[in-house]
Design a protein around this ligand. Structure first.
Ligand code: HEC
Length: 166
């Protein structure tokens, strides 16, 4: 009996592998990317790139186990959900009001320690943000928020804006 259950589960496991999740990957340098629109301090950009962009951009840097189901399905569902809430690759196409709202939320999730998601910290060591990194991101988000509120043109990054349509 135990043998039958074991082989049954094995078959279920192999069948699951036939259903691979979609991948969120792109090599495009989006004109609407946050970094192409606004000036970002290196320390902040570094964290956004190595951590937040995995679930909040059009390009996820996947771990090997994305290929192993059902773990991969779980991760992909988080990526898709995260992207719906906030997509840095398309940040430049937000209206002023939307951008202000997202920046307020970024400050909020840093202060309440809600991001990045806990499960994600198991495999990405960079995701255990220090107090200093959290404060830096909060500070940057609030500062950019104020600049955009007062004069959205001033917030734009002149070095990279040439490539932008805005
Ligand atoms: C493993 C995927 C993942 C990573 C990494 C991640 N997020 Fe998220 N994020 C999500 C998901 C999923 C949501 C949707 C809300 C939820 O499920 O908690 C979300 C929601 C948000 C929101 C909106 C919160 C709200 O109340 O609407 C902000 C802002 C945010 N994340 C910022 C960040 C920042 C900043 C980082 C990097 C420090 C980050 N996230 C890293 C998955 C992720």
């Amino acid at each position: 009996m135990a043998k039958i259950i074991f082989y049954g589960l094995l078959v279920v496991f192999f069948v699951m592998q036939l259903f691979q999740p979609d991948r969120n990957t792109s090599s495009e340098n989006f004109k609407t990317d946050l970094a192409n629109h606004y000036k970002i301090p290196d320390t902040v950009e570094n964290v956004l790139n190595t951590v937040c962009y995995d679930c909040h951009s059009n390009n996820t840097d996947y771990p090997w186990f994305i290929n192993v189901q059902p773990v991969g399905w779980y991760m992909q569902s988080k990526v898709e959900r995260g992207k719906k809430h906030l997509n840095f690759s398309e940040f430049g196409s937000l209206t002023k009001e939307q951008a202000l709202k997202k920046l307020t939320l970024i400050d909020d999730v840093m202060k309440t320690n809600r991001m990045p998601l806990k499960a994600y910290k198991w495999y990405n060591n960079d995701a255990n943000l220090t107090e200093k990194q959290r404060t830096a991101i909060s500070h940057w988000a609030l500062e950019l928020r104020t600049i955009i509120q007062n004069d959205s043109l001033k917030a734009l990054n002149p070095d990279t804006l040439i490539t932008s349509s805005h």
